[in-house]
Design a protein around this ligand. Structure first.
Ligand SMILES: [Zn+2]
Ligand SMILES: [Zn+2]
Ligand SMILES: [Zn+2]
Length: 296
């Protein structure tokens, strides 16, 4: 025959024994709330979630109310304790506001420190740049004894030969179009050069700096093909928190594949690659870079 509660088939004279373990046999609430009809398998859930006799904690426990009472008294506790619960909430709110205020102060202090440090880094980078250009000037002077200057008293009025030649480039501009330098000399009575910087080729992140010799005032007294060695050094002009980049490239006209004969017009020679600027930093922000060109 079948059990009337769980519908399982049970041997006739074992029915009482089955009731002791039957999953759906109605039992008394062990919490003594008075219910007698709870299917055995639901007793645990009843006590946990709905039994009015189960002891529960006040819902304001996290804010500090420590009271414990039967579930049936929860509503009256909340109603009676509105005032003390609000006081607790207020105190927690005040504490939280205080903490927020403290944190804001800490954040402010830290950002001031960061600001100070980045200013310091900026000052140091400027000093480094100054030292580098000073150093270049000095080595230039050492390489070019006075006699050279006397051999070529052709220095044009009001027009020096800035050594090294400096070319300032806006990287935002250089990333989208080819830029050309002014024509320049590296030495009095020397070869005349022009440089260009071209945007990265497809799928690359390098600005390409190239150089060529163009007809100059002193070509008659110069030896051809040109065998000069030219160095280009890139100085990143730092903007806030962009690290100083310095790279350089050299072209030795004596060793180029095609000798650099005397140019007959500006378009006579092809530009020759001297430096690829692949520094990541110049691509992530708008900044300017300085190219310094000098003879070796
Ligand atoms: Zn049963
Ligand atoms: Zn109960
Ligand atoms: Zn409470």
């Amino acid at each position: 025959m079948d059990c009337e509660y769980c519908q399982e088939s049970v041997i006739m004279n074992q029915k009482q024994k089955h009731f002791k373990t039957c999953r759906t046999f109605p039992v008394l609430c062990t919490n003594k709330c008075g219910r007698t009809d709870i299917p055995r398998e639901e007793l645990e859930a009843h006590i946990l979630d709905e039994c009015p006799a189960t002891e529960v904690q006040c819902e304001y426990k996290k804010l500090g109310c420590e009271e414990v009472f039967p579930r049936s008294a929860a509503k009256s506790h909340s109603q009676m304790q509105i005032e003390s619960h609000l006081r607790l909430a207020l105190r927690v709110l005040e504490a939280t506001q205080y903490q927020v205020h403290e944190l804001v102060t800490v954040v402010k202090e830290q950002s001031q420190q960061i600001e100070k440090q980045s200013q310091q880094i900026e000052r140091q980078s400027q000093q480094i740049e100054k030292l580098i250009s000073k150093n270049n000037e000095q080595s230039e002077k050492m390489e070019r004894p006075m006699s050279t200057a006397q051999e070529h008293p052709l220095q044009r009025e009001g027009r020096g030969f800035p050594t090294p030649f400096q070319w300032k480039i806006d990287t935002t501009e250089a990333k989208s179009k080819t830029l050309f330098s002014e024509p320049f000399y590296l030495f009095e009575g020397g070869y005349k050069y022009i440089m260009k910087i071209s945007p990265p080729p497809l799928f690359e992140r390098c600005l390409r700096v190239s150089i060529k010799v163009v007809p100059g005032e002193f070509d008659d007294s110069l030896s051809w093909p040109c065998k000069e060695k030219v160095r280009v050094t890139m100085l990143g002009q730092r903007h806030r928190s962009v690290p100083l980049n310095k790279t350089s490239g050299v072209i030795d006209f004596e060793k180029v594949e095609e000798p650099c004969s005397r140019p007959l017009h500006d378009g006579h020679h092809e530009y020759r690659l001297i430096l690829q600027l692949s520094a990541f930093a110049i691509f992530v922000r708008k900044c300017s870079i300085l190219l310094m060109v000098s003879g070796e």
